[in-house]
Design a protein. Structure first.
Length: 510
């Protein structure tokens, strides 16, 4: 492999209000290599790519491309330079033909008109290089995600991309489709293209990549030759704990912790969903925090979505106390006293253009019904109460949400659910992407909520805070609950080992 860097990013720093997203990150990409970029949620992967492709301006650092310094002003500018991104959600036009998508914005003309015959023949010729024998006159949306991704890659190469960024390209693909994608990636590498492969699948990284760069909490952890790092070492770097040797977990399992014979507020029996998460049985008592640990993609959010009715189970049962219930929608979950603070607060949690007051009273209003409107006085009273209770830093309840820091936005989401008086609160990555001080406050709040007889499910990528806050910990791997830790067995090392041991046992020979 040629060791010439086609791309070099040095000391990249990027801040958003209340969040240091990247802190002095380095990244170098060689010609003719597949370089995996890895990190848990909030590590900074997406921000680094957005800085590279001109979506965000960098606050500090330098970018060199083909040996010369560059400043990328927009994704279009990045494309013109030869840097193209193919996202998991393909950003082409599904209701236009495949051929038109390939040549969109640069259609060949003949006698002042678009030369459709030439477009169709050239499109078929281009796609034949990717072993795609499809009708290029059919709309792109009629084909599978795998085919759409190949079309997006082909378009990028037709735009003379030298650097190809594949952002979670395998998340929606089956095993056969992943195999075909990897065949094409190897071909492109052999032709001298440089590929940045963003993924959370450890096995795939070891199968396809030449080097791996790991980011964590916006910082640069290191770059490693894939052939010279073990899976256990890589998982250690992703999770933030270095171990000289992985200690095997005890074969015997610890008995039930004190009080586990008490009636749970919520319990499941073999609850599961095909294509989502394998059947799991859990129980959460009032006054307890059930932690949920595992690598990105292990099934943590899928578990939460089943319990809140975002996804519907196709097997198993849910019990609230001794009563068997069916949770078929979020509204039904809320009627049962269940709340969810979602993983992606920007997309699923907050309404940015509404006020803090509006955001806090949303769940309470839904629970009451739209015909039992809260008066403005009651809204303000409720909002002010939780602003004070949670220490939300805002000039007033009338401040727009988009003007708050990430940590304060997260507190508003928690306040929303507290205002609706839930009995069971699911917190999916409540401390992701916020500063250390706000993290500590939210961790303290989680423990306090349980102390007030609320049942809490706490999902986090950070094993330290899972160990610190939880009475019991579920460990997930490959969308399955594979370990339950209780009592004195809950510590950073045991959680880490449970994740790593299961992963290595499940991927021997990889």
């Amino acid at each position: 492999m040629e060791n010439t860097d086609i791309l070099k990013m040095t000391g990249i720093t990027k801040s958003f209000p209340g969040v240091l997203a990247l802190s002095g990150v380095d990244f170098a990409l060689r010609k003719g290599e597949i370089h995996a970029l890895m990190g848990e949620n909030g590590a900074g992967k997406s921000t680094l790519i957005k800085v590279l492709t001109g979506v965000h301006p960098r606050d500090a650092g330098t970018i060199e491309y083909q040996g010369a310094p560059i400043s990328v002003h927009s994704p279009l500018h990045a494309q013109e330079l030869g840097i193209s991104t193919v996202y998991q959600e393909v950003n082409l036009v599904p209701n236009l033909p495949v051929a038109e998508n390939l040549f969109l914005g640069r259609q060949p003309m003949r006698a002042g008109r678009i030369d459709w015959k030439r477009i169709n023949s050239r499109a078929a010729e281009i796609l034949s290089r990717f072993d795609l024998a499809i009708d290029v006159r059919e709309n792109l949306g009629t084909y599978t995600v795998a085919v759409q991704q190949m079309v997006a890659i082909a378009r990028a190469l037709e735009l003379h991309a030298r650097v190809l960024i594949l952002d979670e390209p395998t998340s929606s693909l089956n095993i056969e489709e992943v195999t075909r994608l990897f065949q094409q990636m190897r071909r492109l590498r052999a032709e001298g293209h440089a590929i940045i492969f963003i993924t959370h699948f450890v096995d795939q990284v070891f199968e396809i990549s030449d080097r791996i760069t790991v980011l964590r909490n916006g910082g640069y952890i290191g770059t490693y030759a894939t052939a010279e790092i073990t899976k256990v070492d890589l998982i250690s770097k992703l999770l933030g704990r270095e171990y000289e040797k992985l200690v095997q977990l005890k074969a015997s399992r610890v008995g039930q912790a004190a009080g586990m014979d008490e009636e749970a507020f919520i319990r499941t029996e073999a609850l599961g969903r095909r294509g989502g998460i394998k059947p799991f049985s859990i129980r959460v008592k009032k006054g307890a925090v059930l932690g949920c640990a595992g690598l990105l993609g292990s099934g943590r959010t899928e578990l939460a979505n089943l319990l809140f009715g975002i996804d519907t189970a196709d097997g198993g049962a849910v019990y609230l106390g001794s009563r068997k219930v069916r949770i078929t929608s979020p509204r039904r979950a809320m009627r049962f006293g269940i709340g969810l603070s979602p993983e992606d607060r920007k997309v699923q949690g907050i309404v940015q253009d509404l006020t803090v007051r509006d955001n806090i009273i949303l769940a309470l209003q839904v629970r009451r019904g739209w015909f039992a409107n809260l008066s403005f006085r009651d809204q303000k009273k409720t909002a002010d109460r939780y602003i004070e209770l949670l220490g939300i830093r805002t000039p007033s309840a009338e401040q727009q949400m988009k003007n708050l820091s990430g940590g304060n936005q997260q507190k508003v989401i928690i306040a929303r659910w507290l205002a609706s008086n839930p009995l069971f609160l699911i917190l999916d990555e409540p401390t992701r992407g916020i500063d250390v001080g706000a993290k500590t406050e939210i961790q303290k709040l989680i423990v306090e909520l349980a102390g007030k007889d609320m049942a809490v499910l706490f999902i986090s990528s950070e094993i330290e805070e899972i160990a610190r806050c939880s009475n019991e910990v579920l460990v997930l791997h490959d969308r399955e609950v594979v370990e339950t830790l209780r009592g004195d067995d809950i510590n950073d090392g045991n959680i880490m080992n449970a994740i790593a041991v299961r992963h290595v046992e499940g991927t021997k020979g990889g």
